[in-house]
Write a protein that binds this ligand. Structure first.
Ligand code: HEM
Length: 224
């Protein structure tokens, strides 16, 4: 019987992960709703895809950033390396799955009607659009590396050095996401007087989140 099987040691303990997911995704949805529906002028009919896309993207960056901050800045379970690894894995996989949702949502939405600023008049993507999408696709690919190598058999199959290298691909992902956000968002970041209720765009918040683990990594490798 399924219930009689012993649970693996240090498994992802579901009630806590569900609460963390609900808290992070809930906060991202709440910010997107306030900024784009209440303060901005996005009609409510665009909540299911356009607004949830923004919330998924923000939560994805938050989780990926956290997975590279645990142990360095977030000293959660530092005294228990196995449990710490479980939390790191949870954050990384949550980030990856939300980034996948964001990618699928974005492809559904990618039309001049939603994103006129990324298109030429003839309906093709302009330079910002092409560069932004290319960076997003490659960022997603780099994130798939650490995600795939969390599979139990992969550590043995790759060996310690290559496994660690694949995990570090997440830093490359964060750097590419940062560029993805700069290309797609910088014009909006500078137009401060157009920010509804002075609330910063989600792309700017996410860019700061993506930059933080990169800066921490840089400063810690300089100290060594
Ligand atoms: C196939 C891959 C990807 C595609 C096609 C894609 C597409 C897009 C598009 C069209 C936008 C503009 C959305 C908007 O202004 O509402 C966007 C913004 C964004 N993307 Fe991506 N992206 C991809 C990968 C990623 C990845 C891997 C991440 C992070 C892990 C990411 C994080 C973000 C964030 C945080 C925003 C800002 C959302 C906003 O401004 O509201 N993207 N992406």
């Amino acid at each position: 019987m399924e219930e009689d099987r012993p649970l693996p040691e240090n498994r992802l303990w579901q009630p806590i992960t569900a609460k963390w997911f609900a808290a992070v995704f809930g906060a991202a949805v709440a910010y997107a709703v306030v900024r784009y529906h209440f303060a901005g002028d996005v009609p409510w009919r665009h909540f299911p895809l356009f607004i949830l896309n923004k919330a998924s993207a923000l939560a994805a960056v938050f989780f990926v950033a956290c997975s590279y901050l645990i142990g360095r800045v977030i000293k959660w379970h530092n005294d228990d390396p196995k449990r710490k690894l479980v939390v790191v894995k949870f954050c990384g996989l949550m980030g990856f799955s939300l980034a996948l949702i964001h990618a699928f949502f974005s492809v559904c939405l990618l039309t001049p009607a939603y994103f006129a600023k990324y298109f030429e008049e003839d309906g093709r993507l302009n330079l910002d659009g092409e560069l932004g999408m290319a960076l997003g696709v490659v960022a997603l690919w780099t994130l798939s590396m650490p995600a795939i190598t969390t599979l139990p058999m992969m550590a043995k199959a790759l060996g310690g050095v290559r496994w660690k290298r694949s995990q570090r691909m997440g830093y490359l992902c964060l750097a590419l996401v940062l560029l993805h956000l700069i290309v797609l968002g910088w014009r909006g970041w500078l137009a401060v007087s157009h920010w509804p209720w002075w609330l910063p765009p989600i792309s700017l918040i996410a860019a700061l989140m993506a930059a933080f683990p990169l800066l921490v990594k840089l400063s810690q490798s300089k100290e060594r």
